[in-house]
Structures are given as C-alpha cells and as structure tokens.
Design a protein. Structure first.
Length: 558
C-alpha cells in the first residue's frame, strides 16, 4: 500500500475525545459470557466465537506472485518488487445504475480535490461504472464529525469508521442497529463468493465485524499489529558515532548526550506510550490485564505504570523533550524529526515510517529512519503492545434496498483487489502518465498523485494485507518486516481475545479527563503525589463499572 496513516491502531491516544449517542446514559444490553446470556448492567460484551456460522468462507486468490519476505502472523508478508505482469482480477464493472455513491473517509494531511476536480477520482469511477463522491474529513478530528453525524442520524451510503474510533463511541451497537444495514445474509458462508476479493480477507478480521450477533460491516484488515514504535534518526546517530540504545539506561544517557538547545536539538517528542511499554505496562483493551487472582486490573493501578510515569516526569524535568511540544504550541513533530532533525527519537504509529522516509529523503538523501527494537526496563523479555483487529470498518446505510446493497458490495469488492491486479494499480497509483510513471522498480508517483490520491478507495474497502512494494524506499520492506518478525515474538497476550466489548458510557466519557490529568503530572503542572487521587477519581467515574464488565466477560467454557 502507498498510504500514510497513523498505523494499525496507532492513533488511539490522539483520538480520545469521542463521546456521544447518549454518553451520560447507561448502555445496558446483553452480555454473552461463555455459552449463556445475562444482563451486563452498563456496557456489553459478546463472545465472537459463538458466531462462527456467520463468517464468510475464506478463499485464497492466487495471482501468481510470491512474497519476498514472509511475515510471522499477524505480521503480513512483504513484497520488495512490483509485479512485472498485472492481471484483471475483476472482469465486469461493479456499478450498474450510474447513481452516485456517497462516502465519507478520513485523510491525514491536505484534503484532496473533489470529484469534479480530480483526474484520479474520475478515472477510478469510470472503471467502477458508478461514481463515488467522497466527503473527506481530517483524520485528526474525525471523531468529532462521526459524533455529530451519528447523533443526527444522517450518514452516507458508505461510512468508514476507524477501529480506534469504534472503541470511543458509547452505545455504538445501538447506532449500528438503527443506521446501518445487516450484511450477514449477503456475506456469510459461501454467499461471499459473489465478492471474491472480500473472500480473501482473514477470518479474524470478519469476526471483529460482528455486532449484536450479526455481520454489520466490511472490515479493513490490518497490515501490522503494532500501535506504536520508537523511531530514531539513524543517520544522525551514525554521524556522531553513536549506537542504537539497547536498554532504557542507554536511551536516557544518549538522550542527554544528543540534547543541545543551543543547536536546537532535543532527544524526544512525547514518548510516554513507549516508556510504558518498556516498563511492561499492560496494553490490552486499552490497558487491562488479569492479576494473579484472575481479577481485572487497569494500568493506572499497576506499579509498572507508576514507574513509567516517574521516568517520563524526569524526562520532562531534564529538558529532553522539544519545548514547542511541551508547551503544546501545535508544533509538527514529524517535521521536527524527519525534516529538521530537531528531535532524534520519535514515538509514532508504524504507518508513519515509510511515508515520512519517502517524503523527506527527497531533500535529505542521507535520511535513515529506523525503529529502535523494544527492550525491557525491568528485566526479562520485553512486552509489546498490539493486536490484529481491523484498521477500520465500512458500514452501509440502512434502507438503501437489496439491489443497492449488492452494488455497494461489488464496489467494495473492486476496491479490495490485491497486489498484482490492474485494479490495485489504478487504486493505488492512478493513471499512468498522469499519476505515475513506469520505472524498473514499479510505478513512481507524480506530484499530481500526491495531490489527488489520499487512499479514498482504500478506506471504503480492505484487502488481504501485504506490505510493499515501495520503489521509492527499496529497503523499507525488509527493514520493516525484520523488525516486525522479531518484535511479534513478544506480543502481549490479550485475556479478552475473541470478546467484543462496548465499555460503559461513563468509563468512555472519563478517558479524556483522566488522560489530561496525567498529562498535567507529566509536564509538571501537578505533583506526582496527586496520582493516587487521580486513580480514585478514575475508579469512581467508570473504572469500577468497566472492571465488573471485564470480569464477567472473560471467555468461559460452554
């Protein structure tokens, strides 16, 4: 893929503000625990294994190309070379009636031109046989738009909802039932054969698209399990004869060495998520784990979180974070890191890497962005946060009629064509001569492509996940999968794997205020002695409700 988005689940902490659809009300609803149902109080949980008969039947699509690097699942396979011969994966145009399709998707960066001013949209729409008219919303404020749209019950025919936003919408399952089509009978079992590209999606991705016991959306499978990585400017380290740190002690010592305010260079941006990971703070379901007695425990309550908090407070106190970021002046940490070298270590989603390398190496040929392998600050093996849940979900507006649903699914099927197909090349690279030029390493995007292509069709579909190829960054695939295959060995085990949770409304509504309180502690606006009080406030404002839900929803033998 050629997209540049925050990463598999990377933007969770940047999108904590979504509260709506009756946030003050208790969610209620059934709780499926094991093989029985009982009232859940506030919030809901579903054991997804109970709905195996609803899942589409997986069917591989062999286009005759083999990966150059094999990923250890859930890490996908990688391709370093673009296929020399492309096939037509879809022989008939999916659109039949010519009626315009309305769709809403996110974009990070400048919004691309609309349907009347985009040669890219016009070219893809011609192949679809039915025009798709996109409303593009800023990915950084997408939650706000979703909140307003769902509250007004005014949705487009195709709506992309990122996975990290789903977690933040109280009573989202109720919104699904009221606003979106039930896709179960269109896609379950062999019915998916009508949409062969969708049939190639991993079964686990489809499982996560079940709400209230029905298949409610088309998932966009993740192309990597990691929400965060610590990236460094390897070129800057090597220029000074410095080695990549292999421990927290080495990293902090190196941070003090590279920080030089007189030269306008600092070690870090906000790296608190990575500092937590180094201390083995739990990350499952937003920060939950089981204690030795089997009861749920949230990260705020753990000694590991307190240790990480103290380390991050010291990092701020020592002046190792760029001051514009400390002051929340709206500084662009990507520019400070990749362009200016004013930050040497940056926490970011995995999706940040390739796009930033490709963009900024045009000006700085020596640029070398690399992830720092994750280590443990407390001994033993590291703990790596991650999951294989979908990047996003595409929902179909309720009430459009059977024929329109089938047409929309055919459009999504076309948009999900895999690497090696003519359809995928047009979706990713546009028209040859306008949006890309042909090179020995594959299509190379033109300036028009960077202006017009913002992964619009990617975000109303999905694909059997792969990494690469990227002709402009030929080392990326091997570097990325080398890191990923090593780190996946230490992926945290989720006690609630296979359980779809809708957390209590009060718990969701309290996420932003609580995170803000800890930010005040980190940046010296509140003392560390306030932490116990903050945790007690969190417990009283939804934390204990969430604990009860999680305890009751643990998978049980039925």
């Amino acid at each position: 893929m050629t997209r540049q988005i925050p990463g598999a689940r990377a933007s969770r902490r940047n999108f904590l503000g979504l509260v709506g659809l009756g946030a003050a009300a208790a969610a209620g609803g059934p709780l499926l625990a094991g093989c029985s149902e009982k009232p859940a109080g506030t919030g809901t949980a579903q054991n997804l294994d109970a709905f195996a008969d609803l899942l589409p039947t997986y069917k591989n699509l062999d286009l005759g190309i083999s990966p150059d690097v094999t990923g250890t699942r859930p890490v996908p396979d990688g391709y370093t070379r673009y296929p020399s011969t492309l096939v037509d994966a879809i022989t008939e145009r999916p659109g039949t009636n010519g009626k315009e399709i309305t769709a809403m998707t996110p974009a990070w960066g400048p919004a691309p031109p609309g349907i009347g001013q985009s040669a890219y949209l016009q070219a893809v729409n011609a192949e679809l046989g039915t025009p798709v008219n996109f409303t593009i919303q800023d990915g950084n404020t997408y939650a706000d738009k979703l909140n307003a749209m769902l509250g007004a019950r005014d949705v487009p025919e195709l709506l992309c909802v990122p996975g990290w936003e789903v977690e933040k919408i109280p009573r989202f399952s109720e919104a699904i039932g009221a606003l979106f089509e039930d896709l179960t009978d269109y896609l379950k079992g062999d019915a998916v054969n009508a949409y062969p590209m969708l049939a190639t999606f991993p079964t686990g991705a489809w499982r996560n698209a079940i709400w209230s016991g029905r298949l409610a959306a088309v998932p966009n499978p993740t192309d990597g399990p990691f929400p965060w990585a610590m990236f460094t400017r390897q070129d800057l380290l090597e220029a000074r004869g410095l080695a990549t740190p292999k421990s927290l002690e080495e990293m902090l010592a190196l941070a003090k060495e590279v920080t030089d305010p007189a030269r306008k260079v600092w070690a870090f941006d906000d790296v608190f998520a990575m500092i937590q990971m180094y201390h083995k703070v739990p990350g499952s379901k937003g920060g939950w784990r089981l204690k030795s007695d089997g009861t749920p425990e949230f990260k705020y309550e753990t000694p590991e979180f307190r240790q990480a908090l103290e380390v991050m407070v010291k990092i701020y106190q020592d002046g190792l974070v760029h001051p514009d970021l400390v002051a929340s002046k709206g500084a662009d940490s990507v520019q400070l890191f990749a362009k200016n070298g004013a930050i040497v270590f940056k926490q970011a989603g995995f999706g940040f890497w390739q796009g930033s390398q490709a963009e900024h190496q045009k000006v700085n040929a020596k640029l070398n962005i690399q992830p720092v392998p994750i280590f443990s600050a407390t001994g033993g093996d590291p703990l790596v946060w991650g999951d294989d849940e979908p990047i996003s979900y595409t929902f179909v507006k309720k009430g459009v009629g059977k024929e329109r649903v089938e047409e929309l699914l055919r459009v999504m099927n076309w948009c999900s064509a895999p690497l090696g197909s003519q359809e995928a090349q047009l979706r990713d690279f546009g028209v040859e001569g306008q949006h890309h030029t042909r090179t020995p390493n594959g299509p190379a995007k033109t300036d028009l492509a960077w202006k017009e292509i913002a992964n619009q069709y990617f975000f109303i579909s999905g694909r059997n996940p792969t990494v690469g190829p990227f002709p402009d960054t030929p080392n990326y695939v091997r570097d990325a999968l080398g890191y990923s295959n090593e780190m996946v060995k230490f992926l945290e085990k989720d006690p609630w794997d296979g359980v779809k949770l809708e957390m209590p409304a009060a718990y969701k509504a309290n996420q932003v205020p609580t995170e803000d309180k800890f930010t005040d502690v980190l940046r010296g606006r509140r003392p560390l002695s306030d932490v116990d009080a903050i945790v007690q406030e969190w417990k009283a404002s939804g934390g204990e409700e969430a604990r009860r839900l999680l305890a009751d929803s643990l998978p049980k033998a039925g």
